[in-house]
Design a binder for this molecule. Structure first.
Ligand SMILES: [Zn+2]
Length: 96
């Protein structure tokens, strides 16, 4: 194996070991819920650190984060939905 290949294999093993430790610290489910709290500004500072640590070692949650952020971005780009006139009329009629 070449020097470069050996270093690459060692780096891969090191990252795999790091990933096992990092993923064990917090669950994927916790991280994905924390992402929504982060988005609405309700994630505590120490949890933000734990989330970043998890994301640094977890490819699947990092992919989830990209998808989540892109989804929010696309939804924010949509024009506001307008209720049909009939629905608006019925709501207004039902008001006291
Ligand atoms: Zn994860």
């Amino acid at each position: 194996m070449s020097e470069l290949g050996l270093n690459s294999a060692r780096e891969t093993a090191r990252l795999a070991a790091q990933q096992r430790v990092g993923v064990a610290e917090r669950s994927h489910e916790w991280a994905r819920e924390a992402l929504t709290d982060l988005a609405d500004g309700s994630l505590a500072t120490d949890d933000q650190c734990a989330l970043e640590a998890h994301l640094a070692t977890c490819a699947s949650c990092t992919a989830f984060r990209r998808t989540y952020e892109r989804t929010v971005e696309l939804l924010q780009g949509l024009p506001p939905a307008k209720a049909p006139a009939e629905a608006k009329r019925r709501v207004l009629e039902s008001l006291p």
